[in-house]
Write a protein that binds this ligand. Structure first.
Ligand SMILES: [Fe+2]
Ligand SMILES: [Fe+2]
Length: 319
């Protein structure tokens, strides 16, 4: 048999790496569709981390104590860090951070629709940490084994930080639910509002998720949307008991026949509306991001001028 060359050899190598569940690295040959799917998923993920700073940053100046403020600041800074790891990891696929930022600011790139909901009370900091970061972990732990090396490695560190985020949210709700009746009601109200949107973070039902199968064949995605959603509901149901709070869904149950957690219907029309830009905070989130980008222009210019000066100095020393 003649030796494979060019793309054929590349494809054969790629297929073998995927078949033995190993990692593809930036310098390896990869199919164009694989590269594009990763750029799409990873840049959306990076944008979500950065836009996701906004609902919580909103509460930093109003945190009820110095301790809470310090924790919340650390958490929001972690999210900025997650965005940076992910932008860097995505750049290894041949797109620049400037291009990704331009796509976000032009409204061409998506970010997770969950961040288009408002954080209206302090209890939302608890519900976001417990449910939104909790859903993120459920989604992201399997991504630590994603076939693209830089993505998988970024996820390992991100997941460690996400588990702190989830714990701090749980702890806020625990304290409120054991506080005054008013505080407990505030915690319950936040859980009621974030429940549906957090379940929808896993994406549409499997029957309506066209890209999932290819993504699973490439070992990027390991479990289906519905499978992950079911695991997440199970985690919420058990932890809600400890919190002394109710999930606003009487259909939640562990099906003894399938061993899977089930939940009631979700409002997929709302999901599609928010995704299409008609959520409660879409316009505000994008406006704030654009203002932050414009306001930060001088920092980027200064950093570029400094880097140029350093490079010129280094070149002079060599000469
Ligand atoms: Fe994050
Ligand atoms: Fe987080």
């Amino acid at each position: 048999m003649p030796e494979l060359q060019g793309d054929d050899a590349g494809q054969a190598h790629f297929d073998a790496v995927i078949a033995r569940d190993s990692r593809i690295e930036p310098t390896d040959w990869m199919p164009a569709d694989y590269r594009h799917a990763l750029i799409r998923q990873m840049s959306q993920h990076a944008h979500s981390e950065i836009i996701g700073m906004q609902p919580e940053a909103n509460w930093i100046t109003r945190a009820p104590s110095l301790k809470r403020k310090a924790i919340l600041m650390a958490k929001v800074q972690d999210e900025a860090g997650h965005g940076l790891y992910l932008y860097s990891a995505t750049e290894t696929l041949g797109i620049t951070r400037d291009e990704m930022t331009a796509q976000l600011l032009a409204g061409k790139a998506r970010y997770s629709s969950i961040f288009n909901y408002p954080a209206v009370t302090w209890a939302d900091m608890g519900a976001i940490g417990w449910m939104v970061d909790g859903a993120a972990i459920t989604n992201q732990v399997p991504l630590c084994r994603a076939s693209y090396g830089p993505y998988a490695r970024a996820m390992v560190r991100i997941c460690k930080e996400e588990s702190f985020h989830q714990r701090q949210g749980f702890e806020i709700l625990l304290e409120l639910s054991h506080g005054t009746p008013g505080q407990k009601a505030m915690a319950q109200d936040a859980v009621n509002r974030w429940y549906g949107p957090s379940l929808m973070m896993f994406g549409p039902p499997d029957t309506d998720s066209p890209n999932s199968q290819q993504s699973m064949a490439w070992n990027i995605k390991r479990f289906s949307n519905d499978e992950l959603r079911s695991r997440f509901v199970g985690m919420l149901a058990e932890q809600a008991k400890v919190l002394g709070l109710e999930l606003p869904d009487p259909a939640v149950r562990l099906n003894p026949d399938t061993g899977k957690w089930e939940h009631g219907p979700l409002d997929w029309d709302e999901f599609k509306n928010v995704l299409a830009g008609r959520g409660p905070c879409n316009a505000q989130r994008m406006e704030r991001r654009r203002a932050a980008h414009d306001g930060g222009a001088w920092v980027r210019e200064a950093a570029a001028a400094y880097a140029a000066k350093q490079a010129a100095r280094a070149a002079q020393e060599v000469a």
